[in-house]
Design a protein around this ligand. Sequence first.
Ligand code: AMP
Length: 539
Amino acid sequence: MLGQMMQQPLLISLLLRHAQRHHADTEVVSRRVEGDMHRCSYAELATRAQRLANALQLLGVQPGDRVSTLAWNGYRHLELYYAVSGAGAVLHTLNPRLHAEQVAWIINHAQDRVLCFDLDLLPLVQAVAPQLTSVQHFVLMSDEAHMPVATSLPGLLCYETLLQAAEPRFDWPVFDENTAAALCYTSGTTGHPKGVLYSHRSTVLHALAGALPDSNHCAATDVILPVVPMFHVNAWGLPYIACLVGAKLVLPGPRLDGESLYTLMEAEGVTLASGVPTLWQGLLKHVRAQGLRFSSLRRTGIGGSACPPAMIRAFQDGYGVEVMHGWGMTETSPMVTTGRFKARHAALDADARVALQARQGRVIFGADMKVVDEQGRELPWDGRSAGELMVRGPWVVQRYLGAEEDALVDGWFPTGDVATIDADGYMNITDRSKDVIKSGGEWISSIDIENIAAGHPAVEMAACIARPDAKWGERPLLVVVPKAGVPVDGETLLRHFEGRVARWCVPDDVVFVEAIPVGPTGKMLKRRLREALLGPGSA
Ligand code: AMP
């Protein structure tokens, strides 16, 4: 027997409509790339999103078409979030920190039809444009006053002019909630980046779960500052969560140094700010150096890399700001676990509470997890048995864009993270089986670095490993076996990377060794290398 409740698909347009009808005058405040501040209400944002949906339709964007963005956190990016997905097209957020070659590869793979970008990213777009095979329109996300006098981009369009010319009313279509809504590529694993295609249903369910008290604990009284970029896993869902709960949203633009963030937080009364540990290092350093206090900040969401216990203490003991440490991936929308307490933890002493928060935490309803050994057998929840972390849930990827097969093993997604789970269901990441380095919240492929190094005539063999770093979490270290009789120094090798990868991906240092340990299949044993060079426990 079927239930007899209304059939209302879970669509992203519902979130915007809710904010428009029930939180019409709540503000969205942005620090613009142009340098000034911009304020609007959800009612105004919704009208502009409707104009944008009409404008995109006039450009020929059809349901299912990909519209990409190269943009920082700002209101125009937010309008694109809602207009593109709301109209049934797919919002493809691109990472401007990637090398131009990689950006071009991703755009071509996704077959993006329209590319919208922030003013300061014009040089990057001009550099990638000649390699693009599918883009029909380039849209500069600014007004006429900021349009370039000359550009190599064919028929460059102005975002504000498009909006002005479009009708302010657009009826958001109703369609299957499983329709694709947004696309984000992850370069977190080796080989080419892989596209994760979120659906309306997965996005709305993730937003509902992400607003819960043991997730982000969001309410209409909150002022939310996503420092995590809107190009990285939809800023952890916060742009959707803000509309869902009717919270004020503060969007910081490209300037994320400690002073800029602190000033913005104080000026706008931010209560919740979320981002990767590296950014909070900068903020804490600034606040400490200037002897400042937070007058409104109550909570920080920290994830993307492990949050050091010292940072948890600094926020909580030093400034009365509660830390919510979470774990997730591009493939999981991203939120799966948070290190939040259970009732009985109230009895723990201060150190034990911080130790618990430093773990990646327990699952949010909807998702599930397990750890397995090399044969795929589930390991006990004893806090000691470490194995690959597997996750599942309605906002976890099933298949990468364009892949022939599902990415699952027995219905679970293998994360490439190695973890333990304790008897209370708290997960703790202990290692990573994927061959990557995470620096300041963004990935560096060690394979890419090794391939470039191997292309140098003086290199016999090269391995790139992660060296722990106080500021960036990890930094790449290049380990090289030089070719006999071909003298080379570290500086020369590092210069070889110029123009071949983004500057921040170039290794910090080169270590020369006589041999790199390899396993029976010829695979480099990086774990052993890390331990030999960086000391026990570094792996
Ligand atoms: P991304 O897809 O770029 O968001 O990266 C996801 C990966 O970042 C995970 O698979 C982990 O390796 C790492 N990661 C994310 N959150 C945490 C965390 N809280 N602690 C440790 N590693 C994390």
